[in-house]
Design a protein around this ligand. Structure first.
Ligand code: IPM
Ligand code: MG
Length: 367
């Protein structure tokens, strides 16, 4: 039997993006060796704020084309607060990649693991297991993806447009309902919550209207609504009562950090960004330049994003091996926390990037 070959465009980027990308590829390789049946060919691509500072452009020549040709894109983290465009914004070629490849469904799972610092006193916080679907190409980020979309009126006024289109929103809500159905088949609640601000904005009422239209095709999935301000409150009061939540871009950006905090911190915040033809995987945290290269970063958000990537590669190819490798990584992380073998510094533990990575690999290898 021949091995399935997958190509991955690897963009380590800036700061700890480099550290956690390396950790992820080591774990992915260990999982691949354990399961077999597929190969990963990685092409490392240069992009980011550091690259911008040196070359005046945020990606090396050919990077976007190469990313488009790969089966999947993996991104460490991009951005350095000290390096900015003239308008004051940070260097974010990632936003352009989302736009270019129409990665509309930003999937951000939030799951509690044992032995991580509890942020909420209520013991039910141990049951937190939800997924934020953040629309990632339009909403208030529509203007940000491509710089000249902002309307700048001299030095007196700037307008950024919040854009909701029917075409993207239909696909987004379908994605959310399909995910809820998939989770329900594995014991999930079968609930999708539409998070919006339909009480105030016409664009948000439109977002909710399309949610209702698409929900009709999923009679087995319960639908609910929450205004975004109320959702922030509910995330603190009872996050264990949510399953899949679907929302506009900036709402998802903000609430996914809040939700990451509920289960420990951004070092657990994995993500996958899906379009119809392409997908990009990244930890949702930033580049944390203050701790870069010091073996302090928690690589688990990136490692869990690597598992999401393997799962996607399996599904895309119609083969099983990479999905088994993804499951092996998820199981190793869960087992590691349960046995208190994973103690990232982020949560006051004694384990740096390399120690956490090596421990996940050891568990994968059955040690
Ligand atoms: C995220 C990040 C990015 C975003 C930044 C780094 C451009 O915060 O993935 O959530 O705003 O989308
Ligand atoms: Mg963010």
């Amino acid at each position: 039997m021949t091995n399935q070959v997958f190509t991955v465009a690897l963009i380590p980027g800036d700061g700890i993006g480099v550290d956690v990308s390396e950790a992820t590829m080591a774990v992915v390789e260990a999982a691949r060796q354990k399961i077999g049946g597929f190969e990963i060919r990685t092409e490392t691509l240069l992009a980011g704020a550091g690259y911008f500072a040196e070359h005046g452009v945020d990606v090396a020549p050919g990077v976007e084309e190469a990313a488009g040709e790969a089966d999947a894109i993996f991104l460490g983290a991009i951005g350095l607060p000290a390096i900015r465009h003239e308008d004051g914004t940070e260097i974010s070629p990632h936003l352009r990649l989302r736009d270019r490849f129409q990665l509309y469904a930003g999937v951000r799972p939030i799951k509690a693991y044992p032995n991580i610092t509890q942020r909420l006193a209520d013991p039910r916080a141990a049951d937190i297991d939800m997924v934020i679907i953040r629309e990632s190409t339009e909403g208030l980020f529509y203007s940000a993806a491509v710089h000249n979309r902002s309307i700048v009126i001299g030095d007196n006024e700037v307008r950024d447009t919040l854009r909701i289109t029917r075409a993207t929103t239909e696909k987004l809500h379908d994605f959310a309902f399909r995910l809820a159905a998939k989770r329900k088949a594995r014991g999930g609640r079968g609930l999708v919550t539409c998070v919006d601000k339909a009480n105030v904005f016409t664009s948000m009422a439109f977002f909710r209207k399309i949610f209702d239209e698409r929900a009709a095709a999923f009679p087995d999935i319960e639908k609910r609504y929450n205004y975004v301000d109320a959702q922030a409150l509910e995330f603190v009061r009872q996050p264990w009562n949510f399953d899949v939540l679907v929302m506009e871009n900036i709402f998802g950006d903000i609430l996914s950090d809040l939700a990451g905090g509920l289960v420990g911190g951004m070092g657990m915040a994995c993500s996958g960004e899906f379009g119809d033809e392409h997908a990009l995987f990244q930890p949702a945290h930033g580049s944390a330049p203050d701790i870069m290269g010091q073996d302090k970063a928690n690589p688990l958000a990136a490692i869990l994003s690597g598992a999401l990537m393997l799962d996607y590669l399996a599904e895309r190819s119609g083969t099983r091996h990479a999905a088994d490798a993804a499951q092996a990584i998820d199981d190793a992380v869960a087992a590691g926390f349960t046995a208190n073998r994973l103690r990232p510094m982020e949560f006051g533990g004694d384990m740096g990037t390399a120690a956490v990575t090596n421990e996940v690999i050891a568990i994968l290898q059955g040690n």
